[in-house]
Ligand binder design. Structure first.
Ligand SMILES: *Cc1c(COP(=O)(O)O)cnc(C)c1O
Length: 235
């Protein structure tokens, strides 16, 4: 696990250098879906501190278990990100479990998260998921509807819009993801223009095991890596 983490970190750092970006400007989120709490604890002991899950139900069992195991080793709980599609009826649970939600893709979901966050007395950082290609992934707002969704999230006083997220359509050639990543970066610049100076909405969550280096070259500030850290998932 230590070697895998080091390997991924080195590849991120190399891509940061190649693109002339500031060192340490990319957050590595370890996607632990399908892997047990014990694997998360091993990764935490090896130095990772941010984990991502794509299903609320799986996370609801894993997150408290990880906290318990780490507490008995006198280690603090990690930070948890929700990276998968969120159904409105799970908004309350998601707010209770996660520190950042990557997948806000409708005003209806934002409204549900706002109510849930208000009732927990919590401010929830969120990203808006964009379907930059208009095909492939079913989740994400269309670029043409992004402005309306940004405005809707901005009216939610318990949500903090931190940036954008995308999942490009699957392609065996990772270079084919590059234009989608560049498109998300351009949309991110527009969002910052709309919100004006002072808004802290510059995060770009993009890149997975197959294409995270390309995503970093195109400006990713958050990469979501599963298999390169934990190994292949059972089918
Ligand atoms: C599974 C998943 C990842 C990680 O994928 P790997 O190919 O294992 O790196 C990243 N983002 C989302 C939204 C995922 O569901």
């Amino acid at each position: 696990m230590k070697e895998r983490i080091l390997g991924v970190r080195e590849r991120i750092d190399a891509a940061v250098k190649r693109s002339g970006r500031t060192e340490g400007s990319v957050l590595l989120v370890a996607i632990s879906k399908t892997f047990p709490a014990e694997a998360v604890v091993e990764a935490a002991r090896a130095g990772l501190s941010t984990f991502g899950e794509n299903r609320v139900q799986e996370a609801a069992a894993k997150i408290p278990r990880v906290a318990e195991l780490l507490a008995s080793a006198r280690m603090p709980p990690p930070t948890w990100h929700l990276v998968g599609h969120l159904q409105s009826n799970k908004a309350r649970q998601a707010v209770a479990l996660f520190d950042l939600v990557h997948s806000v893709d409708s005003a209806g979901l934002a409204a549900k998260l706002e109510v849930a966050a208000a009732s927990c007395g919590k401010r929830l950082p969120v990203l808006i998921q964009v379907n930059v290609s208009g095909e492939g992934s079913k989740s994400g707002v269309e670029p043409g509807s992004l402005r309306a969704l940004v405005d809707a999230v901005a009216t939610c006083s318990h949500l903090e819009l931190r940036g954008l997220m995308t999942i490009p359509p699957y392609d065996p050639d990772p270079e084919r993801s590059r234009p989608h990543f560049a498109a998300l970066r351009e949309l991110g610049e527009r969002v910052r223009g709309w919100l004006g100076p002072g808004a802290d909405a510059g995060e770009l969550s993009m890149g997975m095991t197959e294409d995270f280096e390309i995503a970093v070259e195109e400006g990713a500030t958050i990469v979501r890596v599963g298999r390169a850290l934990f190994g292949e998932r059972a089918a």
